[in-house]
Design a protein around this ligand. Structure first.
Ligand code: ADP
Ligand code: MG
Length: 258
């Protein structure tokens, strides 16, 4: 499968200013600190895998980058724009940032095709025929074009997640955020979704992926990040991360995964 020209114009990973920058980001839910002075750069074309125990702040990190949560202090910059929580800026951000959730979050009352056309038509103001052509092209890329007229409930979990990926791609985002995209799937469906994500990575898409699929991390990640208790504890290229983790908490976490 090929993902044609998704990011053909993206410069090489290390050549430009970071696409996403987090500086000293903290996030509280009430008195509970979910993110503790997080610093992170995601360069264009870079693939980052985020792992860590349940409750360590992985989803919160992604939700802050997507503007779904507001940070308490620190700053998040995306493509040169500082996230301020201002509504217009958030709408602009959503066009650049694609998001795939654990539970697919497809609209149950819309067909696969309509799910993919909704945001391009309503948010981008695309004409329906153009939105339809683009939707069908991305559905073809995730190899599910033949299901276009079905409703989500008529599809398997793996198929629904591939539709969710296609739907996000229809907005032609500059970065794709994935929050445990395979952890709600039956084991036999994990591979079809990971294969789709690998193809996207090979196409040059900038990706930040929360996952415990360490085979995927080894195969595509430029860096693996380990979070614990709201902090980034360790980050390293996969060979170093898996071969010689520096921190005891990382070693304990990896030992539990095996
Ligand atoms: P992870 O994705 O790593 O499992 P989360 O980012 O979902 O962790 O959550 C980090 C911590 O923040 C957890 O302790 C969780 O209970 C808490 N948390 C997340 N969202 C909320 C919320 N909306 N209200 C209160 N606490 C929350
Ligand atoms: Mg989570």
């Amino acid at each position: 499968m090929t993902m044609t020209s998704l990011a053909a114009t993206a410069p090489a990973a290390s050549s430009a200013a970071p696409f996403v920058t987090l500086r000293d980001v903290t996030k509280y839910f009430g008195a509970f600190q979910a993110l503790d002075h997080v610093n992170l750069d995601v360069r264009r074309g870079e693939r980052i895998v985020v792992c860590g125990p349940s409750g360590s702040g992985k989803s919160t990190l992604i939700r802050c980058i997507n503007g779904l949560e507001q940070v308490k202090s620190g700053s998040i910059t995306i493509d040169g724009t500082v996230l301020s929580g201002e509504r217009r800026a958030l709408i602009a951000l959503r066009r650049e940032v694609g998001m795939v959730f654990q539970h697919f979050n497809l609209f149950p009352h819309l067909t696969v095709l309509e799910n993919c056309m909704l945001a391009p038509v309503q948010v981008r103001g695309q004409a329906r025929p153009a939105a339809r052509d683009i939707a069908l092209a991305f559905l073809r890329k995730v190899r599910i074009e033949d299901q276009a007229e079905k409703y989500p409930a008529q599809l398997s979990g793996g198929q629904q997640q591939r539709v969710a990926i296609a739907r996000a791609l229809c907005m032609q985002p500059k970065i794709m955020l994935f929050d445990e995209p395979t952890s709600a799937l039956d084991p036999e469906m994990v591979k079809e979704v990971l294969d789709t994500m690998v193809a996207l990575a090979e196409e040059g898409m900038t990706m930040l992926v929360v996952t415990h699929e360490m085979g995927f991390a080894r195969q595509v990640a430029d860096r693996v990040i380990f979070m614990d208790r709201g902090c980034i504890v360790e980050e390293a290229p996969p060979a170093t991360f898996f071969g010689a983790p520096r921190h005891e908490r990382t070693r304990a976490f990896l030992a539990r995964l095996l």
